[in-house]
Ligand binder design. Sequence first.
Ligand SMILES: Cc1cc2nc3c(=O)[nH]c(=O)nc-3n(C[C@H](O)[C@H](O)[C@H](O)COP(=O)(O)O)c2cc1C
Length: 259
Amino acid sequence: MNITHTRVITFSPTHTSLKIARAVARGWQGTEADELDLTCRQLREPFAIGADCMAVISVPVYAGRVAPLALQRLKDVRGEGTPAILIVVYGNRDYEDALVELRDVMTAQGFVPVAAGAFIGEHSYSRPGMPIAEGRPDEADLALASDFGRRARIKHESGNSEPFFIKGNVPYREVGTPTPQAPVWHEDDCTGCGTCVDCCPTMSIRMTDEGEVQTEPSTCIKCCACVKACPAGALTFDTPYTAMLHAKFSARREPELFI
Ligand SMILES: Cc1cc2nc3c(=O)[nH]c(=O)nc-3n(C[C@H](O)[C@H](O)[C@H](O)COP(=O)(O)O)c2cc1C
């Protein structure tokens, strides 16, 4: 079937997966794509993407797997033999089994992978003074992503729909139960703008009538959307992982493309 349009489908609390997906879609069709952004949105009923659409599905890696909330939000997105470019974005440590997991889940939901890529995004835990892939995706990443979209189109139009190699293992790596933790609010810096409340994917932040910001560790997914979006720097997420990742994973990694 002829592809008439592309659609970016993403879950992207700190926008790196979104940026890569947009660049890939631009490379495919030369213009901006429609977007289904599931970061702060749970579909209420199945959402079908027809086979005349190229789906660009892009999600973050958490603990070497697809971020669990991304999988949950994607579960009602259905393909109808719909071609898809699959992307995971990770914070310069590793993506381990996330890309094969995304392939398996989206294939089971009716998508047909055309190409897949693992890209690098600034780590959620990156901080001023302790950067981890700071500023990524950068111009070089976005140019590569756009070219990847262009190449995926050429492949698709050649009629090549053979299964292709994607790095990762099945069974996927096991992930332990996360320890509840949420960002800490710094009252003196807060201007009460409410950006943190609006950008939290799990509604784990509330502002009281007195203007106090409360964060809820039991539902927080540690995505750091609020930390990065706060214009006043009034939220911090302190974890020993930041120093460890900064020390061990500062060497630049490059995207890996499977096509
Ligand atoms: C809970 C959590 C776990 C993460 N695990 C990994 C990981 O295993 N490997 C890695 O390189 N980056 C990891 N990251 C970093 C994110 O994959 C990275 O920052 C990504 O760019 C975030 O995507 P987004 O901007 O679309 O939200 C993790 C981040 C969080 C919040």
